[in-house]
Every structure is written in C-alpha cells, then in structure tokens.
Write a protein that binds this ligand. Structure first.
Ligand SMILES: [Zn+2]
Length: 306
C-alpha cells in the first residue's frame, strides 16, 4: 500500500511539479480566462500538462485549483461549480501518474482580495469559500492540502482551519516572500518574515512549512529562507521558487532561469534539509526533469556514503 505523504517525506525528499498557469496559456488558455474551468471543459489539456510533469519525474502534483475557491471562480461566473471543479482536478492529477505511485496535493491559492477592515470581503465569506474548496479536494482524495502564495497570516489561518476541518492528512502552509533589492530581507506583502510564518504554521497545527513564488525569490534565496525556517521549527519544509526573474520580451513575460541553471540549486536545497522541491512561475517540465536528475544523483551518492 502507498505510504501516506507525511510518512513518505520522512524517508526521502520528493520532487514536486512546475508551473501550471504558464503551461495552460501555452495550451491555449487566454489571459484573464478561467484556467480552473478547464478541469471540466478541457480535462484532457490539463491532464496532458500534468502528465508531462509526471513523466519528467514529479512525485507530487498540485491540482489545477489555485484559483478554485468560490470567490475566485465568481470572477468568471463559475462559483456555482466550485465543488465540481475541485473534485475533477483531483481526478485529473491522479490520472496524470498513470497508475504509478504519486501524491496529489490539493492546491488552495489566495482568495484574491482583502478581508475587512482593509477590503470588501467578510471573514465568514472567505472561510466558507475555503471550507468548501478544502472539503471538495479532500473528499476527492487529495493526499495533502497546500495553502500557497500566502501573504497574510489571517488568510493562511482560514486555509489551515479549512484543511483541518476537511480532515486533510497533511497541511502545507506556503508563503510568498518579496526579497528587498539588496537581498537582505524576506517579507511577504503583508510584512510577514520566515520565522514568524514558520512559528505561526506550527502553532496552528500545519504539518509543513513552505515558500513559493514571490519576488526575487530564486533557488539560493529559497535556501536562505529554508535555513531560517529550520532555526525555529522542526516541521518538514517544501519550496517552489520561480524560474528566476520575470522579464518582458516582445510584450511577453519570460523567466530568465533555464532548467540547467535552476537545477544547480537543487543539491544545496537538499543539503539544507528540504523535503519537497518543486518550482513556481516560469518553470516547465524540462526544469522538473533537470531537478529529477540532480536529485537522483545526489541521493544515489548519499546512499553510498551511508
Ligand atoms: Zn509563482
């Protein structure tokens, strides 16, 4: 029988997947349209992307539900299909492994606004939306839930609670840090630093501390953030950095780190004790394939030494 995700990461580091949004665009999704709707209308296209990640060596695949809360889906008049969209996403990600053992991580992204008193959304509205999404993902069989690209602890807490109430096995809290120009400070848009985030996640019963996306957060800075996490918590750590920095080329956003360059950061992250390594914006199946190679070589060597 397959090990639970939270047990598997105690035995060996796992490889995550790469970007979904940019891959959906390549597959024909137009800017501003609802990529999560494709779980129902074009499941074969979502599957094709996730299958490429599985074939590149991903051990874990995130569901195509980053914007899958009712509040986000309402922007595209899809709020009424929130449960259906999230359930379908778990099935597609599972199918991407093609029968091979792999972990499906149910993805909950930001709800896309600010809560009162700073914004228009009441806490109960956000709570209901996250509860609904988490329940749909867990009931459909997600092995873990990641609450990612988080900048505020208030919103993160609603996500953690939603995942707990849904009965999720493993709950991953993932923050998006912005790095200051001189590289000295990592803070989310709402002013949260890595130590505070790690303590908060542990205090509220999260099972894993993570970071993804952000601004200026490359593989090396991710490693620095990991070391800071490790100083305040023993929880396992997951990272999904962007493929370097975004640049505007011919009116298109491209990320400047190729697979080989980015993969050079894999071993230092493993040495820092990271349990799951994936990648965020701008990364591709080729990046994940290069990660796989770097990871396997490192692990083979490790096993010989021990
Ligand atoms: Zn990203």
């Amino acid at each position: 029988m397959k090990k639970h995700f939270e047990d598997a990461i105690q035995e060996r580091p796992l490889l995550g997947d790469g970007a979904m949004g940019t891959q959906l665009m390549l597959a024909g999704l137009e800017q501003g349209n609802c990529g999560e709707e494709w779980n129902l209308t074009h499941p074969e296209r979502v599957l094709a992307i996730q299958r490429r990640y599985a074939e590149a060596g991903s051990d874990c695949i995130l569901t195509n539900t980053f914007g899958g809360s009712r509040i986000m889906l309402n922007r595209h008049s899809n709020g009424g299909r929130a449960v259906e969209i999230n359930r379908a996403a778990v099935g597609i990600a599972r199918a991407a492994f093609g029968g091979r053992e792999g972990y499906v991580i149910g993805d909950i992204g930001p709800f896309g606004g600010l809560m009162e008193p700073y914004g228009d959304f009441s806490e109960s509205e956000v709570r209901d939306a996250l509860n609904e999404q988490a329940r749909a993902l867990v009931e459909a069989g997600a092995d873990a839930i990641i609450i990612e690209t988080q900048t505020s602890l208030e919103e993160l807490l609603l996500g953690i609670r939603a995942a707990q109430d849904a009965g999720a096995h493993a709950i991953i809290g993932s923050m998006a840090y912005d790095v200051t120009l001189d590289g000295s400070a990592f803070r989310t848009m709402m002013g949260v630093d890595p130590e505070r985030a790690a303590e908060f996640i542990e205090e509220h019963g999260g099972n894993m501390v993570a970071l993804n996306c952000g601004t200026g957060m490359d593989m090396e800075r991710a490693r620095q953030a990991v070391l800071r996490y490790k100083q305040v918590t023993d929880l396992p750590v997951m990272v999904q950095p962007n493929a370097g920095q975004p640049k505007l080329v011919d009116m298109k956003v491209v990320y400047d780190e190729g697979p080989e360059e980015m993969a050079q950061g894999v071993v230092p992250l493993l040495q820092a004790g990271v349990s799951v390594i994936g990648a965020c914006c701008g990364s591709t199946p080729e990046h994940i394939r290069a990660f796989r190679q770097a990871m396997d070589e490192y692990l083979k060597h490790e096993n010989q030494v021990v």
